[in-house]
Design a protein around this ligand. Structure first.
Ligand SMILES: Cc1ncc(COP(=O)(O)O)c(C=O)c1O
Length: 471
C-alpha cells in the first residue's frame, strides 16, 4: 500500500475510537489542551524511536535523558540527594518493579507477602500474581476510603516485604495517610511504596497553588519508593512512568543481569530489555517544554475544573460524590434507587462523553469515575448540563433489571470450571451474540455486577479471548 493510503486507513480506523482530546473522555487519556504539544512529542519520538535503551553505553542520549527525567521527578517529589530511579513503560510496570525489588531484596523470606490498602491499584495484584507473592488486602475506612493505619500495621508480619499506599487512589481520588503507614512499616523494617502514579505530577502543583495536600512523597520518613506516571498528569505520550527509590541500595534488587547464555550479558534496569527511545525522548521534550511554570498553570486549570465539577455534581438531584476527593479524580454514585449509574454512563456516551463504570466494592457502591484534566477547564458547564439530562433520562428508564433466568445462570457458574460454551450461552441469554462491542453497556455491567469478583474476572478474561481473535 502506498504510504499515504496506509495513513488514510489508520486515520479512518482511529475515528471509531474515543476522542483523546477535548476533555470528553474522562478516563484513559490526559489532555493538556496545549496547542503544539502533541506535535513536539511526535517529533521527539521520531528522533529517538529506533535507539535502544537496552545498552545505555551505546545510546548515551537515552541515558542522559533518563537521568534528567529521574532528577526532575525526584526534585518534584521530595527525593533527597540520594534518590535514584528508572523510567519504565507505565504505571503497572513501575508498581510491579517496586514489588519485585522489595521481594528480591529479601531472599530470606519464604512465601513473601505485600500488604495493600484495599483501594491499591490492581497493578499490585498483577505483581503478586506474576511473582508468586501473597497479596494481603486491608479494608480501607468505609466512609473516607482512606487506608486504615492501625489495620495496615496489624497486617504486617515476618513475611511482609512491602506495604503499599496510594496518593491518590484511582477509584476515589483520596490520599492515604502515608506518614502513619510509612512510620509503622519502617518500625518493622519493611519497605513502603507510595503509588503516586496518577497524582504525583499534579499534587505538588496543587500544593504550590495553596491546596491543603497532605504529606505523601519521598520526604516522608519510611517511604522507600514512589511511582509517578509521565503519561498521566505530566501530559506525555503513552509509555512512560518513573519509579523512584529513596536511595541506590533500595534500587539494586530491581536490576537484572544474566550472563547465563552465549550472547551479550543481558543487563536490564526495568522489565523491558530492548526499550525504544521514543517514549523517553517524547517525555523529555514535553517536560522541558512545559517546565515548572507550564505544569503549574495546567494544574490550576485542572483544579478549577475539578472544583467546578465537584460542586456542580453535588447539586444534581440524585448524584453524590464519594468521600472527600483531594486531587483530580471524582467518584460519582446514585443517591437514590430510582435509576442506575451505569445507565447514566450510557446516556453520557450518547451525549458524546465517556465516564467509566466502577463496580460496587466493599463500602463503595456502583459508581462512575471521572479523571479530570486541564482540558476540562472551560467545558464544565456543558458536562454538568449533559450529566443532569443523563440522570433525568436514566430515571425515565428506571433501574436495570436482569431476567431472573440470567441472574440464576450467573449464580450457578463456577469460575474455576467455566467453559467457552457456558460463556457463549451467557452471551446469548444477554442478547450479546455477534462481534463488536455493544453501544449500551448498562445491562452488561449489571450482569457483571451480580457476578462475584472472581467470576467477573473469569468472564472478562473469556471476553478478552473473543475480542483478540486474529483477523
Ligand atoms: C494509582 C495508579 N496506579 C497504577 C496505575 C497503572 O498505570 P498504567 O495504566 O499506566 O499501567 C494507575 C492507572 O490509572 C493508577 O491510577
Amino acid at each position: 500500500m502506498p504510504a499515504e493510503q496506509v495513513i488514510d486507513e489508520l486515520r479512518a480506523l482511529r475515528t471509531g475510537d474515543l476522542p483523546t482530546h477535548g476533555g470528553r473522555t474522562l478516563a484513559y487519556v490526559y489532555d493538556s489542551g496545549r496547542e503544539g504539544l502533541d506535535d513536539l512529542a511526535a517529533r521527539a519520538h521520531a528522533l529517538a524511536s529506533s535507539a535502544n535503551g537496552l545498552d545505555p553505553t551505546a545510546f548515551p542520549s537515552l541515558l542522559r535523558m533518563e537521568n534528567e527525567i529521574v532528577a526532575a521527578a525526584a526534585a518534584l517529589l521530595g527525593g533527597g540527594p540520594s534518590a535514584v530511579g528508572s523510567v519504565t513503560s507505565g504505571g503497572t510496570e513501575s508498581c510491579m518493579l517496586a514489588v519485585h525489588a522489595a521481594r528480591a531484596a529479601r531472599p530470606d523470606v519464604e512465601r513473601p507477602k505485600v500488604v495493600l490498602a484495599s483501594t491499591a491499584h490492581a497493578a499490585f495484584h498483577k505483581a503478586a500474581h506474576y511473582f508468586g507473592i501473597e497479596a494481603v488486602t486491608v479494608p480501607v475506612d468505609p466512609a473516607s476510603f482512606r487506608a486504615d493505619p492501625a489495620a495496615m500495621t496489624a497486617a504486617i508480619d515476618d513475611r511482609t516485604v512491602l506495604v503499599v499506599v496510594s496518593a491518590p487512589s484511582y477509584a476515589h481520588g483520596v490520599i492515604d495517610p502515608v506518614p502513619e503507614v510509612a512510620a509503622q512499616a519502617a518500625a518493622r523494617g519493611v519497605r513502603c511504596h507510595v503509588d503516586a502514579c496518577i497524582g504525583g505530577w499534579v499534587l505538588p502543583y496543587f500544593r504550590a497553588l495553596g491546596e491543603p495536600v497532605p504529606d505523601f512523597d519521598l520526604s516522608v520518613p519510611g517511604v522507600t519508593s514512589l511511582s509517578v506516571d509521565l503519561h498521566k498528569y505530566a501530559y506525555c505520550p503513552k509509555g512512560t512512568s518513573v519509579l523512584l527509590h529513596a536511595d541506590a541500595s533500595l534500587r539494586r534488587s530491581q536490576f537484572f543481569a544474566s550472563a547465563a547464555w552465549p550472547g551479550y550479558t543481558m543487563l536490564n534496569s526495568t522489565m523491558q530489555s530492548t526499550r525504544s527511545g521514543g517514549p523517553l525522548a517524547a517525555a523529555w521534550a514535553v517536560l522541558n517544554h512545559l517546565g515548572d511554570e507550564g505544569y503549574r498553570s495546567l494544574a490550576a486549570q485542572a483544579l478549577s475544573a475539578v472544583q467546578a465539577l465537584r460542586s456542580g455534581i453535588a447539586g444534581i438531584d440524585g448524584l453524590r460524590i464519594q468521600g472527600e476527593p483531594q486531587s483530580t479524580l471524582l467518584s460519582v454514585t446514585a443517591d437514590d434507587d430510582g435509576f442506575d449509574v451505569f445507565t447514566v454512563a450510557d446516556e453520557m456516551t450518547e451525549r458524546g462523553w465517556y465516564l467509566q463504570p466502577q463496580f460496587g466494592f466493599e463500602s463503595s457502591p456502583a459508581n462512575l469515575h471521572l479523571t479530570v484534566t486541564a482540558a476540562n477547564h472551560g467545558g464544565e458547564a456543558g458536562l454538568l448540563a449533559d450529566l443532569a439530562s443523563a440522570v433525568a433520562a436514566a430515571r425515565r428508564s428506571g433501574p436495570v433489571t436482569l431476567p431472573a433466568e440470567l441472574t440464576a445462570a450467573i449464580a450457578g457458574l463456577d469460575p474455576a470450571a467455566l467453559t467457552a460454551e457456558q460463556f457463549a450461552g451467557l452471551l446469548a441469554m444477554a442478547g450479546l451474540e455477534g462481534s463488536g462491542t455493544p453501544k449500551r453497556m448498562a445491562e452488561i455491567n449489571a450482569m457483571l455486577g451480580v457476578a462475584s469478583p472472581v467470576l467477573r474476572e473469569r468472564l472478562l478474561v473469556e471476553f478478552l479471548g473473543v475480542l483478540y481473535t486474529a483477523s
